[in-house]
Design a protein around this ligand. Structure first.
Ligand SMILES: C[S@@+](CC[C@H](N)C(=O)[O-])C[C@H]1O[C@@H](n2cnc3c(N)ncnc32)[C@H](O)[C@@H]1O
Length: 237
């Protein structure tokens, strides 16, 4: 098991070897380079990338977590925009939110957005190997993470999310999905995703459930948005 490091302000970037290769090779321009963080950390830009659907998808994920979000919640990976700020607003005073990310530069960026908040812990950790106890969270949320991962990492990440959630808790996933045939942006999105986010096409070809082979089919509720380009899954553990 790896050690979970609470994020500290002066924590240096880890050597490249500890960053998953798909982030360095495919997503350096979006997450790894400090200039990328400065460029993408704009609400209007993340909203544009989601064709104006950011707030709707953010709120769909947050509503599935609860109007008020008590107990312990795990957010797997940082998100540009105000996703975590809005999540934190729903936490009662005695609730806890842990956010894990494998890139310290992303944790630093989130730290700057949130400011000091004793309810929120930022943890330097790989989503596919969470050094966190089993059955320790009431809910887990993954917002647009799975489409960035190669299939083996995605499968392990889903297994880890289900491992750390308590029985009776839930895992909420929002991500890309195969749009309907008539969707006017289908060819554009196919081109863009193939060029920039190649692993995302897996979510067009397969159901997320296929990477959760041991989960009973009726444990997952799926809803699609905006002509099927996006999906929300609520998985009851
Ligand atoms: C949640 S995803 C994308 C979210 C969305 N596209 C947005 O607007 O930000 C991006 C984050 O996932 C993190 N990430 C990717 N792979 C990871 C892994 N294996 N473990 C932990 N964090 C990971 C990246 O470092 C980045 O901060």
């Amino acid at each position: 098991m790896q050690t979970v490091l609470p994020y500290q302000d002066e924590q240096p970037l880890p050597p490249v070897a500890t960053i998953p290769s798909y982030l360095v090779e495919t997503y350096w321009w979006a997450y790894v380079h400090p200039r990328a963080v400065r460029f993408f950390e704009r609400q209007w830009l993340v909203n544009l990338i989601l064709w104006g659907n950011f707030a709707r998808l953010r709120d769909a994920a947050l509503d599935a977590l609860g109007v008020s979000i008590p107990g312990a919640t795990l957010q797997v990976a940082c998100v540009y925009g105000d996703f975590t700020v809005q999540l934190a607003r729903r936490l009662p005073g005695d609730a806890r939110l842990d956010v894990v990310d494998v890139l310290p530069v992303q944790l630093a960026n989130l730290h700057a957005k949130l400011g000091p908040d004793p309810r929120v812990n930022l943890l330097h950790c790989d989503a596919s190997n969470l050094a966190l106890p089993s059955a320790s969270y009431d809910r887990v949320v993954l917002f647009f993470l799975l489409h960035e991962m190669p299939v083996e990492v995605r499968t392990r990440t889903l297994a880890e999310a289900l491992r750390v959630v308590k029985p009776g808790g839930r895992v909420v996933v929002v991500d890309y999905h195969r749009p309907s045939r008539w969707h006017p942006l289908r060819p554009v999105m196919r081109f863009v995703l193939r060029k920039l986010e190649p692993f995302a096409m897996d979510l067009w070809a397969q159901e997320v459930q296929e990477w959760l082979p041991t989960l009973p089919a009726d444990a997952i509720r799926k809803e699609t948005f905006w002509g099927g380009l996006y999906q929300k899954l609520v998985i009851e553990a």
